[in-house]
Design a protein around this ligand. Structure first.
Ligand SMILES: [Mn+2]
Length: 363
């Protein structure tokens, strides 16, 4: 742990305290693991973080004692003997505590177990997104890591194009992409790699199947890597063989929509505006009805996080956010075209983190 990492965890917890100082609460229970990672550095698969006005305690089980000693800073670590929920409840004890929690990240069973073991003077204060709002704005070190993750994905995708040919199974290509990511230093894929050929490319979230790629088909490749806990997410669409003009025109329309959406990215702009700009371009080509998902999403420790770049999303873009811009069109029977990049919001607009070529490739 570097001194810089230690001080950054402390300041993140300090910012969380500031955020909940506006709530009628003495403490926040953090249950969502990516939030715990963000605040303390802990990468384990189980833990609960209690942030109080004065101190913070991360409760773990004995599997993680050594790991937490190495990873955690900014919070005290306690190894719970009789379960994490009971340890949290015992810490609260008979005190009269108003405890903030995220309703979408605590089950009814967990809540009941804490109540059972606490002294009965516990009050719950629902508060979603306290940590997620902090996470949406990346610091310089996070931006640097995300740039590296995006470049890694870009290189892996470009290098893997040469194995794309008729006869290859979708699963085989996906496995190759994931292997290359790890060889390039990634911890793993940030989601199950999508390789979808022909009519299946019209399924925006197709899982790779045992189908073999065929000549004269579109292939959508959507992949991301995790590098030092940060995700990338990038999509390219290629054609196997010489494409009909209609497909090339559709590709150009999607690329134009993506460029227009990127150009609309500015601090102060509501996220829904960026989505609207992409949609308007596709509308001009009569393709808007085939664009069936949002234009993008925030990216960071999780592959989907705040803000959503879609209809009705009023969140205002701020410098330091990292988002995807990924318009796509999906036509039943024919296939899909999606072009996705990761961009950082800067004072001067969108800065591309993904570096792979966006030119339409006919392989
Ligand atoms: Mn995405």
């Amino acid at each position: 742990l570097t001194p810089r990492e230690e001080s950054s965890n402390r300041s993140r917890i300090a910012r969380l305290r500031f955020a909940f100082s506006e709530l009628p609460a003495e403490a926040v229970l953090v249950t969502h693991l990516p939030n715990i990672l963000y605040l303390t550095g802990f990468t384990g698969s189980a833990g609960l973080l209690l942030v109080e006005r004065e101190g913070s305690v991360l409760f773990i089980d004995s599997r993680y004692t050594l790991q937490a000693r190495e990873e955690v800073s900014g919070a005290d670590v306690r190894t719970a003997k009789h379960g994490l929920l009971r340890a949290v409840a015992e810490r609260i004890g008979r005190r009269r505590v108003r405890l903030a929690y995220a309703p979408s990240q605590l089950t009814v069973a967990q809540k009941t177990a804490i109540e059972k073991h606490a002294g009965g003077r516990l009050r719950w204060v629902p508060a979603d997104h306290l940590v997620e709002r902090l996470r949406a704005i990346k610091d310089a070190e996070e931006l640097s890591l995300m740039g590296q993750a995006a470049r890694l994905s870009s290189r892996v995708l470009e290098q893997s194009l040469r194995i794309l040919r008729p006869g290859r199974r979708e699963t085989e290509v996906a496995a190759e992409l994931e292997l290359r990511m790890k060889r390039a230093g990634a911890e793993g894929p940030s989601f199950e790699t999508i390789v979808a050929g022909g009519p299946r490319s019209a399924w925006p979230h197709a899982r790779p199947s045992s189908n073999r790629l065929k000549k004269s088909e579109l292939v959508v490749l959507d992949q991301g890597a995790i590098l030092r806990s940060y995700c990338s997410d990038m999509t390219r669409t290629v054609y196997l063989g010489r494409s009909p003009r209609k497909i090339r025109e559709m590709y150009r329309a999607v690329l134009e929509a993506q460029a227009a959406a990127k150009a609309a990215v500015q601090p102060g702009v509501p996220a829904e505006k960026v989505d609207l700009v992409a949609r308007r371009v596709l509308k001009g080509y009569g393709l808007a009805k085939f664009f069936t998902h949002s234009t993008g999403h925030g990216l960071g420790l999780e592959v989907h996080e705040m803000p959503r770049i879609g209809r009705g999303e009023r969140t205002v873009l701020e410098a330091g956010m990292v988002i995807t811009i990924e318009p796509g069109i999906y036509i039943e029977g024919l296939g899909g075209i999606r072009i996705e990049d990761d961009v950082a919001v800067t004072a001067h607009g969108a800065q591309d983190l993904s570096t792979a070529s966006r030119e339409f490739l006919e392989l």
